[in-house]
Write a protein that binds this ligand. Structure first.
Ligand SMILES: [Zn+2]
Length: 309
């Protein structure tokens, strides 16, 4: 059995974002508190006792408080069910939560060498001492099985694969500590329970749906997919920013080359958008955009949603 908890579904900034007065953020602060969402991350477990996070968002502390599955075991003075964190990119909304896990409990970080180089180059992450917090490199197209704290196998197989994307925003135009090729900056994951064979895909960032990616996702029981923006030029049109979705390495939901159209016609059991920016009108229940997404079989999850495969 594979358990998946959506810790947060929002893109960087969350909903509402601290400095934003857009329609969604304003509604989230006032009459529609259900719109509130923390930054994207999921937790996975095959035994219900040990959990792995996929990405550690800046909202991690709040997410852990809200998620009983991830609380310390009753009666233990120091404990966490979190055995490891798998990082799919080096964006702030994927790695900053590591700093909220600095109180001495052991866990492992699994990330591409490119992302590990970012952690290494930023000395603030040294607060996670390598005695307690091992940093383990993962590679595209090489499946791995994260270990439990006692070293025994977790029963979860994770296959990372390269997807179209961009390096972390704060490294744009700068020397990347892991090298200036684009390899390893953005990974998708197939996560599979070895006992049952049940699996799903996680792509919180993806700039383009290629034929290869379509073939990969065909027949999947569950896919979490990049839902950052509805339209590529959404932030510019709304006066909220100067970058398109593509500039940030994110595909749009709508449009001929958008996620909805590109994945239409594939046999996918359940399609869930994740990493949804507060500018995205599909967040608003009843909006025309939301209706289009839902008619195409997509869901937008509330934080805390648990799915069992
Ligand atoms: Zn906003």
């Amino acid at each position: 059995m594979l358990r998946v908890v959506v810790l947060g579904a929002a893109a960087g900034g969350g909903v509402p974002q601290w400095n934003c007065g857009c329609e969604v953020c304003s509604a989230a602060r006032t009459d529609q508190p259900r719109l509130q969402s923390t930054q994207a991350s999921i937790a996975i477990s095959s035994d219900g006792d040990h959990w792995f996070l996929v990405n550690a968002s800046p909202d991690l502390r709040q997410q852990l408080i809200a998620t009983p599955q991830l609380h310390p075991q009753t009666g233990k003075l120091r404990h966490s069910p979190i055995a490891g964190v798998i990082l799919t990119n080096g964006e702030i909304d994927a790695v900053a939560g590591l700093l909220s896990m600095r109180e001495g409990s052991p866990f492992a970080i699994y990330a591409h060498a490119k992302v590990l180089s970012i952690l290494k180059a930023n000395s603030i992450f040294n607060v996670l001492g390598e005695n307690n917090v091992r940093r383990l490199p993962i590679e595209a197209n090489q499946a791995f099985e994260p270990a439990l704290p006692d070293g025994s196998p977790s029963g979860i197989e994770i296959l990372p694969f390269a997807v179209a994307g961009k390096r972390a925003w704060y490294l744009e135009g700068k020397a990347h500590p892991g090298g200036n090729d684009d390899v390893g900056d953005t990974l998708g994951l197939r996560i599979r329970d070895q006992a049952s064979g049940k699996y799903f895909y996680f792509l919180a960032a993806c700039a383009e749906v290629t034929d290869d990616l379509r073939a990969r996702l065909q027949g999947a029981p569950l896919v979490f997919f990049d839902g950052t923006v509805w339209r590529d030029d959404e932030l510019i049109r709304a006066g909220l920013g100067s970058k398109t979705g593509q500039d940030m390495g994110h595909i749009a939901m709508s449009g001929e080359r958008g996620a909805i159209e590109s994945l239409a016609g594939l046999d996918i059991g359940r399609k869930i958008f994740l990493h949804i920016n507060n500018s995205n009108p599909a967040l608003l229940a009843g909006s025309p955009e939301r209706k289009i997404a839902e008619r195409a079989g997509w869901q937008i999850p509330a934080d805390g949603t648990e799915i069992t495969l």
